[in-house]
Design a protein around this ligand. Sequence first.
Ligand SMILES: *[C@@H]1O[C@H](CO)[C@@H](O)[C@H](O)[C@H]1NC(C)=O
Ligand SMILES: *[C@@H]1O[C@H](CO)[C@@H](O)[C@H](O)[C@H]1NC(C)=O
Length: 360
Amino acid sequence: MFGHLNLLAALFFIGTLKDFSVTGLRLTEVRIPMYVIKGSVAQLECLYDLDGEALYSVKWYKDGNEFYRYVPRDMPPAQTFLLPGVNVDLHNSSDAIVTLRNVNLQSAGRFRCEVSGEAPSFQTVTEHGDMIVVCLPHEEPKITGGRPRYQIGDYVRVNCTAGSSKPAIKLSWQVNGEPVEQQKLRKYDNIVSGREGLEKSVLGLYFRVEQHHFRNGDMKLKCIAELSTLYWRSNEESVEGDRPQKAPVLESRETVFASNSRADPVQASSTAPSPTTAAPPLALLLPVALAVVLAALAQGIANEIDIDKISMDGTAPGGKAIAKGARQASELLADREEEIRRTRAGKSATQLENMALTAR
Ligand SMILES: *[C@@H]1O[C@H](CO)[C@@H](O)[C@H](O)[C@H]1NC(C)=O
Ligand SMILES: *[C@@H]1O[C@H](CO)[C@@H](O)[C@H](O)[C@H]1NC(C)=O
């Protein structure tokens, strides 16, 4: 907190130094854009307070070379001098503003504005700023070297490569939305290409897969590419885990299905039988029924429901229950296949997030 205040105080002091050291003519604001996108227009501002004096000239320099001069007494007052990368739009320039058209990589540099008062004092005040010309990448950041599936103990070795730009793009990695420790990163030299010397940044991610890397069965690897506030892109890959837990899940389902099929005849016996199931083969039924009837007669409590029940458990309904079990099995398999298909689709999907692109 105290450090912050000190810094602020220091900045304030530097900012106001000129005002104290110069009485009369002073610069009130010099604005040089820090970042300008290649091909765009740059406006450099130099505002001053004459404090009653008359203006003699406003001059602009790039890296020490004058490229623009505004002298009110001259006719016309504004003139420009040829300089590589500096293309002054005279119609849109004045004593206070210089407009540069179609900025290119050569336009980058240190820009200085110098304001002078008239005779007799010829007071001069000056201020400068650096301008960086940015060439934004046309391609999205790419993730390479990844596999669709990883097992615990496997090594993730992937690269993220940014599109060509100037200056180089800053890359970073996130695993499951969290920043990655330095030791998991592999830094490589930028790939420089073309006569403009555009650069491609490459950043590797290297780590051993552990259980906690999988959230709901998958792991998200995200590469973020940024350049100041001018550019922000990310690319995310979701990879599937080959976890041993997957098999037991399937097994437990099968267990349920197996016990279901065995339980089915019992369930069927408690529900009202359909006409077809209530017609067991006579050959089988007769001896059984006969035995029951005989036994019941002996006890004096014979009834049809008991006969029905015996026939259900013993014959046709059992076959139906097996068919029902088979149908459930195929449904379960279909479900499982659908699940596998869905997770495969999720795994191979590469999401491109085009978030903010804020150009000043
Ligand atoms: C420059 O001036 C022209 C008119 O001369 C105007 O149409 C244009 O918008 C101006 N451009 C800038 C960047 O000020
Ligand atoms: C990542 O890029 C570097 C440099 O281009 C290369 O040497 C390395 O083999 C790459 N690694 C993978 C996993 O693609």
